[in-house]
Design a protein around this ligand. Structure first.
Ligand SMILES: [Zn+2]
Length: 447
């Protein structure tokens, strides 16, 4: 490895060793590591901090502005977040904040919480910009770096950054946040590596379903206790899934991949417009990811009942987490679930909800810039394709100020690496991370 690459890896490992762990209850968060993280950046990236205006937003989120030669129009925004999800340390083969390098040659990988999600991107962006500043490069248009501090808990950091930019009249020409990666084997029948760029993300909402009764002793239960009523409601939701349909970003995904598929899938993928209803029926059987691409999904997650094993539950409650496909709304999905539960004794309350994001175009200049950077830095054979992101990201706030919001993590990730996200043994291959730096560099150079 070159001396420059070795130094970059050393900085990455140092930042991975700072446990910026988020908690859904923000009062439980230890903010000291977040302070340390923010304080380490000017020391590790001195030239960037000289050349870019920078400010702290909402406590620990960071906003940088690199002024372009050509004025303030059409700025590029590179996003990432500095918080990571908690770890269950005993499940890990290596210390989750040790950032040890395991393996040799092209297999060498850095093991750490946040190695991919999302310090992988955050540090690669910093490396790319630092290099460019050192090379005396000045971008044509403004470049912003927007790093939220509470993405994992849907906190307000990124939203505060967007509010600030909106106040200042900033209208980004291209926003890039975490999202799909360069992957293989996600779509059956496709052997080429694909860069999955999210052009939209599903909405997210949570309903509380509550059944109540007078209480009493478990030795003399009523015929239909609150827990059974709640269980029936949950099972009705499971047995009546939302209708499957092919939305435009999913049709575009398969149309893009069709030429790379073998028959008969090539014909099927290329003609989803005609075969849509058939495909919508088949996809759900091909696994949870394809199912989630073609329908709004709903699943009961948290359950609560009696406070003791020998008492009846006066309140039995389930949280139902719903992910809304493009075209659905919080209001329509709530009404549908009410209809399916069909039980006036089960209260249904909306806890929070946001509609699906608008859909960004997969044609035009901003899209071509991403596809070109992919081809030039991640591989000639990589096919860049639009898709709908199944989870939520901070980028949804940016759709208020830009029609060109994309979600892509520029690393080649194996199935096993993707499975380790939000789980144990999160890791990234060093070679894959270094390619990501080149990707961000190419994107900035083209802006
Ligand atoms: Zn993330």
């Amino acid at each position: 490895m070159s001396a420059d690459n070795a130094a970059a890896v050393a900085r990455f490992r140092e930042l991975l060793q700072i446990p910026t762990v988020s908690q859904s209850d923000e009062s439980l968060i230890d903010w000291a590591p977040f302070d340390r993280f923010v304080e380490a950046l000017p020391r590790l990236y001195p030239r960037l901090h000289d050349a870019l205006e920078h400010e702290v937003v909402d406590g620990h989120s960071l906003l940088y502005r690199w002024r372009g030669k050509g004025g303030a129009a059409d700025p590029l925004v590179l996003m990432a977040h500095l918080d990571v999800v908690p770890v269950v340390a005993p499940e890990w083969d290596r210390p989750p904040f040790g950032a040890e390098i395991v393996g040799e040659g092209t297999d060498a990988a850095i093991h750490a919480r946040g190695a991919i999600d999302d310090k992988g991107s955050l540090v690669a962006i910093l490396e790319a910009v630092e290099e460019l500043v050192v090379d005396a490069f000045v971008p044509e248009h403004d470049v912003y770096l927007a790093f939220g501090h509470n993405e994992e808990t849907a906190g307000g950091g990124a939203r505060a950054i967007v509010a600030l930019l909106q106040d200042r009249g900033v209208r980004p020409g291209l926003v890039l946040d975490e999202g799909g990666a360069v992957v293989e084997g996600v779509v059956p029948g496709i052997a080429v590596p694909t860069a999955m760029v999210g052009v939209a993300e599903r909405g997210v909402m949570t309903l509380w379903l509550t059944a109540r009764e007078g209480g009493g002793h478990a030795s003399t239960p009523p015929a239909f206790p609150a827990t059974a009523r709640l269980a029936r409601a949950i099972d009705r939701i499971r047995r009546h899934p939302f209708p499957a349909r092919i939305v435009p970003p999913v049709r575009a995904l398969f149309a893009t991949l069709a030429p790379h598929a073998t028959q008969p899938l090539r014909t099927v993928f290329g003609n989803l417009g005609l075969l849509g209803p058939v495909a919508a029926r088949v996809f759900p059987r091909l696994g949870p990811e394809l199912n989630a691409m073609v329908r709004t999904t709903a699943v009961a997650t948290e359950l609560s009942g009696a406070p003791g094993e020998n008492v009846l539950a006066t309140t039995a409650r389930a949280a139902v987490n719903v992910r809304l496909l493009t075209g659905d709304t919080v209001a329509a999905a709530t009404a549908r679930i009410r209809r399916i539960v069909a039980d006036p004794e089960v209260e249904i309350e909306l806890r929070h909800g946001s509609d699906p994001s608008p859909v960004s175009p997969w044609r035009g200049e901003p899209w071509r810039r991403i596809a070109t950077a992919v081809r030039d830095t991640l591989g000639e054979d990589v096919v860049t394709t639009p898709y709908i992101q199944l989870g939520a990201s901070d980028s949804r706030w940016f759709t208020a100020i830009s029609p060109h919001v994309y979600r892509f993590t520029p690393f080649h990730l194996t199935r096993a690496e993707r499975d380790a996200l939000h789980s144990h043994n999160e890791r990234i291959r060093v070679a894959s991370w270094l390619s990501g730096i080149r990707f961000y560099r190419a994107l900035v150079e083209a802006s």
